[in-house]
Design a protein around this ligand. Structure first.
Ligand code: NAD
Length: 430
């Protein structure tokens, strides 16, 4: 099939490349010229394991193309995916200006029947908004569909190929059949292609992310009780998660959720509720627990080192989660800003996201490797649980650190081992 993907960010690039890999003719387009120039040379501007190789293969085979010519891609394709950003506006709603801009470009260039598929995370009703924009100018036949994206950064290629489900929101059999044909190679037992109405599909995305965020805030709140009474939240989460009705995922206590999706999607869902006179009491609590959780380690740091002013603090991990370079709403930024506010000296290391972090935080030292961050440190704070931090050389750490203090924001170390190695150690909920 001839497919256009408008917006070549994390979602659009993974989607376009993966659809090309299934044998479709895909044109990925973006208004960002620099990005497209890089991609034409096979250079991927984001970190996503396996993606650069797949881009290269499909560029070579000719199934994948990159272009800045959005209009031409629209004219030439039967299916047009919208994968542009929907960041929060000043009212914490999804900013739909990029979606509107693409809808207008489609309205100006549509020349025959096409299915316009929205991949961006958008409030319920947006598909109809796109439809209205297009039908003001174009009187021919076309369909708008909702096909929310559930991929996880860092595991995006796997998630495309082995999705838990593909949700397709449509209102015509023709659009349903075309999208079903496109996704059929991915259908497996227990991993259904779910066809539904458009509004329900749009809500499924926000309801899923809000539920996952709820699990995280729930276990983080339970972790506070565990800490207060001397229980171990990891054991509690394991015992709770073994119940098949609950499941073990998203029950890791830590520093709360961040990233480009959960914070903005929970907020936008709350706003959509308000627009419809519904007060999402649970989600308001989920958000406020998360805000507290992400800086909950600051008192622990103070307990170990006393006055934070002028202390040397090493940070391991900056990205909002391992295996991505994405710094959007990363917890590390909130922590570092608080520590800088108290006049600490920061030496930070992250395997992939330091260049992105430099655009947000300038006045800290970016270390060459994990151990360089530890030089003369009074304390180490583990913020993102990259594998490289999981089995460190304790002897080398102690040779470099001024004081042997560790605050582990992700519970990756064993408290007994820490004690044996001579570290003063604090973690979350145990
Ligand atoms: P992104 O910011 O990485 O990419 C968006 C791209 O759209 C950018 O390259 C930008 O230049 C381009 N763009 C903006 N306006 C354009 C226009 N008018 N024409 C053409 N291109 C335009 O965003 P992302 O992380 O890929 O997210 C895209 C959408 O998918 C968002 O709604 C997001 O909430 C949703 N989503 C993201 C993820 C994720 O893990 N990143 C997961 C699921 C859903």
């Amino acid at each position: 099939m001839n497919v256009a993907v408008v917006g070549t960010g994390y979602v659009g690039l993974v989607l376009g490349t993966s659809l090309a890999n299934l044998g479709n003719n895909v044109r990925c387009v973006d208004i960002d010229k620099k990005k497209i120039d890089m991609l034409k040379k096979g250079k991927v501007p984001i970190y996503e394991p396996g993606l650069e190789e797949m881009v290269e293969t499909n560029l070579k085979s000719g199934t994948l193309q990159f272009s800045n010519d959005v209009a031409k891609a629209i004219q030439d394709s039967q299916i047009i995916f919208l994968a542009v950003g929907t960041p929060p506006n000043k009212y914490n709603q999804a900013d739909l200006s990029a979606v509107d801009a693409v809808a207008n470009t489609i309205a100006e260039n549509i020349n025959e029947y096409k299915v316009i598929v929205n991949k961006s995370t958008v409030p319920v009703g947006t598909a109809y908004r796109i439809k209205e924009i297009i039908s003001k100018r174009y009187k021919g036949e076309f369909d708008v569909a909702s096909n929310p994206e559930f991929m996880r950064e860092g595991k995006a290629l796997r998630d495309f190929n082995i999705p838990d489900r593909v949700v397709i929101g449509v209102e015509s059999d023709k659009a349903r059949d075309i999208l079903y044909e496109l996704y059929k190679p991915l259908e497996r037992v227990n991993q259904p292609i779910m066809v539904t109405d458009i509004k329900s599909a749009e809500i499924i995305k926000y309801a899923s992310n809000s539920f996952l965020a709820t699990k995280i805030s729930f276990i983080n709140e339970v972790s506070q009780l565990c800490e207060a009474v001397g229980a171990d939240v990891r054991q509690v989460a394991k015992g709770v998660g073994l119940d098949k009705r609950i499941g073990p995922k998203f029950l890791q206590a830590g520093l709360g959720y961040g990233g480009s999706c959960f914070p903005k999607d929970v907020q936008a869902f709350i706003q959509t509720g308000k627009d419809n006179h519904i007060d999402f009491e649970i989600l308001n609590a989920v958000e406020s627990v998360n805000k507290k959780q992400r800086v909950s380690i600051i008192p622990k740091v103070a307990e170990l080192i006393g006055d934070i002013k002028d202390k040397n603090i090493a940070i391991w991990g900056l990205a909002f989660k391992p295996d991505t370079d994405d710094m959007r709403e990363a917890v590390s930024v909130y922590i570092i800003r608080r520590l800088l506010g108290e006049e600490a000296n920061i030496r930070a290391y992250d395997p992939i996201s330091m260049e992105n972090c430099k655009k947000i935080i300038k006045n800290i030292y970016y270390a060459k490797d994990p151990y360089d961050a530890l030089k003369d440190a009074d304390i180490l704070i583990l913020v993102t649980e990259w594998n490289v931090f999981k089995s460190p050389d304790y002897k080398r750490m102690k040779e470099l650190m001024r004081e042997y203090n560790i605050v582990d924001g992700r519970n990756i170390y064993d408290p007994q081992v820490m004690k044996k190695e001579g570290f003063k150690y604090k973690s979350v909920g145990r």
